[in-house]
Design a protein around this ligand. Structure first.
Ligand code: FAD
Length: 500
């Protein structure tokens, strides 16, 4: 539905993903008018948030906390589950460890300490959550044991989350305009007071007391990613939306905002070698191939090139995409045998998968397209001989079942590849989102390059820099967007309510 944009409003939110809607809902609590401007047409709206599985990394001190997020949880479900805890300390440790202690301590503290209350706030608005039975729990002795600190997902995954947030926003009198690409900020010495927006092909100005930028990173912009991430990155596939081309970052930098964070870093995973250039909503995140810790990966030279079992998947998957991109031909094959095939995640069983299957290793390596077969066979045999089979395989803990004497060790979950049938899956680099972005303070105000807040300008989500470096703990993107989206929206709503 196309309606003309109003000439002015109290708060403009740029984008219509998770961070944007959390900002819009928080602003609307202050009885101000809120306009969400979404670049995509409605059928492609929702940004990367819509492509997710909807997993949120949040602090909980036990099942009572989880019940506040998921009041539908039955006693029977609780009885059959070992949810454990995910404490603030654990979240801090994870953020510190995976970012090599570069995460901005002030932003990280807010992210961690407000994660639970922000989820509770979302739940109070009507967002439904459920335990991630499928991907984050293994059944042991009849109980589902959760692992990796990632326990809760939005009902209906990313599509469910975006549909739910859009509906809640509308019920809270937020106006949403689709096909509305914000091209620049209107700003003067007093700060930001509106945007220029191309709405259904026509450029208009909309004035506002505050603007919240939640327009995502620059991953879908081949020129920017080659410029900032480096040579070769134009060849990566984009896992999510084609609309996150760095507009929000660029328009803020144009008025003097400070860039910060890991501009040459990004979240990038192993992704089907034949996936399309951008994400496909009908497949969602199922082009990813995340069971590599239980197998091995070979490159075009038939060599292993990384410790597949260095840590739980949650803590390595986001940095291994880059490693695959740097291999000859930008691809790798993941190899598994009959012992592991039944354990492979659901995404290995989709129709659009690049897969080969064989009954002998000789036959398997011959089927690995673009791979030096003889070397691949030798690598598998050498690896098999190096597996410490005396240590039992346990997928729920870092089992220490590694390899001995290889140039590239496998630290955990080393299983021999010797029981037919054998399967191999071809992956390339799937880029999720970029890490560099705008500098904000703990009130989500965008800072200028002199370190002074730009009046009336806030930012949240993917386009904020400083939280993630090198790597990222799974489920933190949505949590980050929600926490800082709420903070940005609250600040913008308060400011707008107080302005004449
Ligand atoms: C396949 C996949 C799976 C993922 N799984 C998870 C997961 O399970 N858990 C997790 O925490 N994270 C996950 N992530 C990461 C997560 O998607 C992001 O970190 C998070 O959704 C970012 O939210 P956001 O609101 O900042 O950006 P987005 O949701 O990307 O929203 C940005 C919005 O801005 C709009 N926009 C862009 N430019 C303009 C413009 N000029 N004018 C107006 N609008 C504009 C876009 O159309 C979009 O609506 C996944 C990502 C992908 C791609």
């Amino acid at each position: 539905m196309s309606t003309a944009l109003p000439p002015s409003t109290d708060v403009i939110v740029v984008g219509a993903g998770n961070a944007a809607f959390c900002a819009a809902l928080a602003a609307a609590e202050h009885n101000v008018s809120v306009l969400v401007l979404e670049r995509a047409p409605e059928d492609e709206a929702g940004g990367n948030s819509r492509f997710t599985a909807g997993a949120f990394r949040c602090v909980y001190d036990g099942v009572d906390d989880l019940r506040t997020l998921m009041p539908d949880l039955t006693d029977e479900e609780v009885a059959k589950s070992d949810f454990g805890t995910y404490t603030e300390d654990k979240f801090f440790d994870d953020m510190g460890r995976v970012t090599e202690y570069r995460t901005d301590p002030d932003l990280c503290e807010i992210l961690v300490t407000r994660s639970k209350s922000t989820m509770q706030w979302m739940q109070s608005k009507g967002v439904r959550f459920a335990p991630i039975w499928g991907r984050q729990a293994y059944k042991i002795d009849g109980k589902f044991k959760f692992w990796g600190g990632l326990t809760v997902e939005a009902w209906g995954g990313g599509p469910g989350l975006v549909a739910s947030l859009s509906g809640i926003a509308r019920r809270n009198k937020v106006t949403i305009a689709y096909d509305a690409r914000v091209t620049s900020l209107i700003a003067d010495d007093d700060g930001v007071n509106g945007v220029r927006v191309k709405h259904h092909g026509k450029t208009v100005e909309v004035r506002a007391k505050c603007v919240v930028l939640a327009a995502g990173g620059f991953q879908a912009n081949a020129e920017m990613r080659t410029r900032y991430l480096g040579p070769g990155w134009e060849l990566a596939k984009i896992r999510g939306t084609r609309f996150n081309t760095g507009d929000g970052i660029r328009m803020a930098l144009d008025i003097g905002a400070m860039p910060t964070g890991n501009w040459s870093g990004a979240h990038a995973v192993g992704w089907d070698r034949n996936a399309p250039e951008f994400g496909d909503l009908s497949v969602g995140d199922n082009f990813q191939k995340h069971s590599y810790p239980w197998g091995i990966m070979l490159n075009a030279d038939g060599e292993r090139f990384i410790d597949e079992g260095a840590d739980f998947r949650n803590y390595t998957y986001a940095k291994y995409g880059r490693v695959i991109l740097m291999q000859p031909g930008q691809f790798a094959w993941q190899i598994f045998d009959a012992k592991i095939i039944p354990m492979l995640r659901d995404e290995y069983r989709i129709k659009r998968v690049t897969k080969v299957r064989a009954d002998t290793l000789e036959e398997l390596v011959a089927k690995l397209e673009d791979v030096a077969a003889a070397k691949a066979l030798a690598t598998i045999k050498t690896y098999n001989a190096a597996v410490m089979t005396e240590i039992p395989f346990d997928p729920n803990v870092k089992d220490g079942r590694g390899t001995g004497g290889l140039a590239i060790t496998k630290s955990n979950w080393a299983n021999t590849i010797d029981q037919p049938p054998f399967e191999a899956y071809a992956v390339t680099c799937g880029l999720t989102f970029t890490f560099g972005g705008l500098k904000i303070d703990t009130s989500a105000r965008v800072m200028d390059s002199d370190g002074i807040a730009i009046a009336g300008l806030y930012a949240a989500g993917e386009l904020v820099g400083g939280l993630f470096y090198f790597n990222y703990p799974g489920g933190t993107g949505l949590m980050n967007g929600a926490v800082f989206g709420k903070i940005a929206g609250t600040a913008a709503g308060q400011r707008a309510a107080q302005s004449p």
